[in-house]
Every structure is written in C-alpha cells, then in structure tokens.
Design a binder for this molecule. Structure first.
Ligand code: KG4
Ligand code: ZN
Length: 374
C-alpha cells in the first residue's frame, strides 16, 4: 500500500510517500480501527482506546518504508520577524505545496493514481497553514476517490521514533519538545496516549526562540543557540532548575526566560560579546536538565520499559546526550529520531495514518474534515 502524507501545520511545507511493509496484507481486522473521515482524530491528552496488541502484519514490529520525505522550511521568510508570521506562513504554503507534493512523488518514483491512502495533519497548528495542506489533500483524495485520514500533529511527532525503531517496548514514556509544545505522554500500546504533564506557559523551543530573538541571533533560535554555545562553559551562569510549586509533572519555562533576560542585562551579554558562548551554553544546559529531570520524575512514577524523545528541540545534541545519559543510568532503552524526523515532516504523519487505517475500501473522502488550532 502506498501512502501520500502532507504536513503544513506551521512553517514547513512537507510531503512524503511511504510504503507499508507488506503490500496487500492490510485486511479487515488486522489494523487498529480507522478514524471516521470528517471527524477529529483522537486527541492526545486523554487515554485513547483502539490499538492492536500482538504481532499481526501491521504490529509495531514492521515499519513502513519512507520512499521520500521532502521538507521545505520557511525560515528565510520568517527570520526578519524573529518568529513565525501566520499570514506569511499560509501564503508560502499555497505557493509551494504543489511543487513539494510533486517532488515527493518524483523522488519516490510514484504517480498519483498509485496512491492508496492520503494522510494530512489536521492540527494542532496555525489554522491558515493547516487549511492549505488539508484542502490540497482533500482535493487529491476526492479526485482519485481514495481514503483520507486526518492526523494529530503531536501524535505524529511521537510516532516518528517508531519509523526507525518499530519494536520499541511498551509502556513507553515520551517527551515531546517542539516550538509550540512541551509535554510528557505515556504510550501503553499502539495508538493509545495519556498526557502526564505539559507546559503551563512557554514551550522549551519557544523559550530558546525568544532568547535568541532578544539577543538578535536570528530565527529559529534553537539551532543558532546550539551553534553559538559550542565551546561555552555550561556552568558559567547560575540558573536554577525550574520547578512547579505543586511538584506535578507540568513544565514551566517562563521563569527561566525571565531569569535569562535578567542575566543578559546584568552581565551585558551581547550578540558579539565574549561571554555569549558561556551564557548560551548555560541556558541550553538548564533547559536540557529541566526536561530530563521531568523524564526522571515521570519514569519513577510510571516505570516505563522505554523512553522516547521527539519534536524539533530533540535535534539538540546537549539534550540528546543528557537524555541518553539518564536512560543508561536508569537502565531503560531510549530512542531519539534522526534529526530530519525530529522537526516537522510528513513521513511521521503518514506513519500515524498507516496505523489508523483499517481496510475500508468503501470509504469515500469526506470534504467535512476540519482543521483545529489546539
Ligand atoms: O517540532 P518543530 O519543528 O515545530 C513545532 O511543531 O513547533 O520544532 C521547532 C522548534 C523551534 O523552537 C526550534 O528552535 C527548535 O525546534 N529546534 C531546536 C533545534 N532545532 C530546532 N532547538 C534546539 N536545538 C536544535 N538543534
Ligand atoms: Zn511540530
């Protein structure tokens, strides 16, 4: 089975073609129940029913093959503003979506009539951006009379790990760290998710982006901070690990951001100043330590058999290292997707759709499938 997936939730236009492991084995009952078209995908945050156990043909033991995964970043469009400008993002998606889908098909060596299933990010994200991908996918699915599955963007980030490691053991504890979200999930079996804690204010990526913007370092902030922090002393500046007062598994990064701004002013940290690498290394270190502290606290509570780190910030080497160091000490298997699968991409969207798809040949694309912002 061939799947064409589209992702336009924020500032990346992406399309991917995936092939399921055993073509033609997708028979009724072998897969988790499909999402009714025209409805919202099961929302992350509450325990969801509906997964397969065991080792059927589409269990987590076999991953789909990524034939192509084309990603066009809009960084250059938004960089002058120090953050994503929603109106510019949707306009850019409109300009590029046809070419990106075409490129994904070409690289996969596949033509549209061969696609069996369409997948598209439904939300959360920027409504204008989501609607571009959603409308494009609906048009294709409608014209070719093929099923269309709407996918939750956060679920797709968590799924990215399974594309490279399909046999990850359950229960799995997932830390999702992106520009818009920072949350911990417990995945007890395929397609089931339970929210354990989330940020009460800024997401970790947002905090990195805001500090970079304040220092005039450019957008997105995470990669530029990582680059400029190289060689800096991570202990040079005295940041305290942020904690929520009730010691829940929720995160909070706004206090850390305020502390960082205070240190910048007090110590005259500037874009070209000599102490910039030390300051950025200290800030990066405290963000990574805070995230891993939460993983440790959650793991103590839920005793997972595996750990997952995902989302754009998971590209960060310091965070990956701290995360893997902790996992090694705790004796738990840890998984982090390769960098390309951490940031927004359509392959992870297709991966969720494949798991959700049940053999429903009578299914018609439903033009009511709607985008959701949060
Ligand atoms: O998952 P993602 O591509 O988009 C959202 O769904 O938000 O994540 C984007 C975030 C941005 O905040 C960006 O600064 C951060 O990921 N990021 C990084 C790195 N690469 C991207 N943060 C730290 N280090 C990196 N190397
Ligand atoms: Zn994302």
């Amino acid at each position: 089975m061939l799947v064409l997936a589209i992702e336009t939730s924020c500032d990346e236009t992406s399309a991917a073609v995936l092939r399921t492991p055993e073509m033609g084995t997708l028979t009724s009952g072998s897969c988790p129940p499909s999402v009714e078209m025209g409805t919202r995908p099961p929302k992350l945050g509450t325990a969801q029913e509906g997964g397969t156990k065991g080792t059927g043909p589409h269990s987590e033991a076999a991953a789909p093959e990524i034939l192509s995964n084309v990603i066009l970043s809009q960084d250059e469009v938004h960089a002058p503003y120090g953050g994503v400008v929603p109106e510019l993002a949707s306009r850019q998606h409109i300009k590029t979506i046809a070419a990106i889908v075409g490129e994904a098909l070409t690289r996969a060596g596949v033509e549209l009539p061969a696609i069996d299933l369409y997948a598209v990010t439904q939300g959360p994200g920027l409504i204008g951006s989501l609607l571009v991908g959603l409308s494009f996918a609906k048009g294709l699915a409608y014209y070719h009379r093929k099923p269309l599955i709407g996918v939750d963007h956060l679920e797709a980030h968590l799924e990215a790990c399974f594309l490279e490691n399909p046999a990850i053991a359950y229960p799995s504890l997932g830390l999702l760290v992106s520009g818009g979200h920072t949350a911990l999930y417990l995945k007890e079996e395929p397609l089931t998710y339970k929210l354990l804690g989330k940020t009460r204010d800024d997401a970790a990526g947002e905090a990195l982006d805001k500090i970079a913007k304040f220092l005039g370092l450019g957008y997105p902030g995470g990669p530029v901070i990582e680059k400029l922090a190289k060689g800096g002393d991570p202990k040079a500046f005295p940041f305290a690990v942020p904690r929520t007062k009730d010691h829940s598994l929720d995160f909070s990064f706004s206090g850390l951001k305020t502390a960082a701004l205070k240190l910048i002013r007090e110590n005259g940290i500037a874009k070209d100043g000599p102490r910039l690498p030390d300051f950025l290394a200290s800030f990066e270190e405290i963000v990574a330590r805070s995230l891993v502290d939460h993983v440790r606290a959650a793991a103590d509570q839920v005793q997972p058999r595996s750990l997952i780190l995902c989302g754009g910030v998971a590209r960060n080497t310091r965070l990956r290292t701290r995360f893997q160091d902790y996992a090694r000490r705790a004796g738990i298997d840890a998984y982090v997707p390769s960098p390309k699968l951490c940031t927004d991409n359509a392959a992870m969207v297709g991966a969720v759709a494949i798991k959700r798809f049940g053999a429903r040949p009578e299914l018609e694309p439903d033009l009511d499938l709607d985008a959701f912002a949060r």
